[in-house]
Design a protein around this ligand. Structure first.
Ligand code: ATP
Length: 240
């Protein structure tokens, strides 16, 4: 297999004296979907913040496409093609759908390609086209999640970091959004690292999975193997 595009080694991150990430290592290969599972407080969000440059790790290395990026500023990380997709409630509620999408492309100047990417987003999320002049705050929870993903796509990412895309959504909507994420991976070769409490949906989507507990990776494997694992069944599946 090729070298991983994202390589995390022995990373430790703290909130003051509290060690939230305790020596995490993981790999993401280009064109794959990797899911990180874990209960509340396991350290999933902290790991994402550390990769996207919002937090600096105390120890360890984060290598993206061969370059060390640990401690880099968030805007530098975005320019390299690592885009953090927050949960849907973090879209800008008073801005329209169009304005939110434009903000996703704020580091770019290639107007023609930006317009093409907007059409690409609309082809995956037609409801956003129907509502493009509407304020984001008036969208449903599922539509806001779609907008958050669409805004991430507007940055032309090489990898998307998705923070709990299933949060607060009905099982039917989770299915719908995860099916679109799968298509984005298959059709656009989009590489994704997602954190999820919904282990079932996350493992059905992913190629590889990691399980976090109290700041550590305690298990990892091919997603279909983890889906069949008794430990995972007992502790994580069915957790919404
Ligand atoms: P959740 O799904 O609830 O966000 P998580 O797996 O993403 O959980 P983190 O939010 O990364 O977990 O939290 C990891 C640990 O760090 C937890 O023990 C949490 O209490 C602690 N923590 C998180 N944010 C802060 C903060 N701002 N200050 C101090 N401790 C924090």
């Amino acid at each position: 297999m090729s070298a991983p595009i994202l390589k995390i080694r022995n990373v430790e991150s703290f909130y003051g004296p509290i060690m939230a990430i305790r020596g995490v290592s993981l790999d993401v290969h280009e064109g794959t979907i990797v899911s990180i599972l874990g209960a509340n407080g396991a350290g999933k969000t902290t790991l994402m913040k550390t990769v996207s440059g919002v937090m600096d790790p105390e120890k360890g290395t984060i290598t993206f496409d061969g370059d060390d990026i640990q401690g880099a500023e968030p805007h530098t990380v975005v320019q390299r093609g690592i885009v953090h997709v927050p949960e849907g409630r973090e879209v800008f509620p008073l801005l329209t759908v169009d304005e939110n999408l434009s903000l996703g492309a704020y580091t770019r100047t290639d107007k023609v390609q930006i317009d093409r990417d907007r059409e690409l987003v609309f082809s995956y999320f037609p409801v956003l086209k129907d509502r493009h002049t509407q304020e984001a705050g008036t969208l449903s929870g599922g539509q806001q999640q779609m907008l958050a993903i669409g805004r991430g796509l507007m940055a032309r990412p090489r990898i998307m970091l998705l923070d709990e895309p299933s949060l607060g959504l009905s099982p039917l909507l989770v299915q719908e959004i995860f099916a679109i994420l799968k298509r984005l991976n298959e059709e656009q070769h989009m590489t994704m690292l997602l954190v999820e409490q919904n282990a079932n949906a996350a493992l059905r989507l992913a190629h590889h999975g990691y399980v976090m507990e109290v700041g550590r990776i305690v298990m990892d494997g091919a997603a279909d193997t983890l889906l069949k694992s008794e430990d995972i069944q007992n502790f994580y599946l069915g957790v919404q």
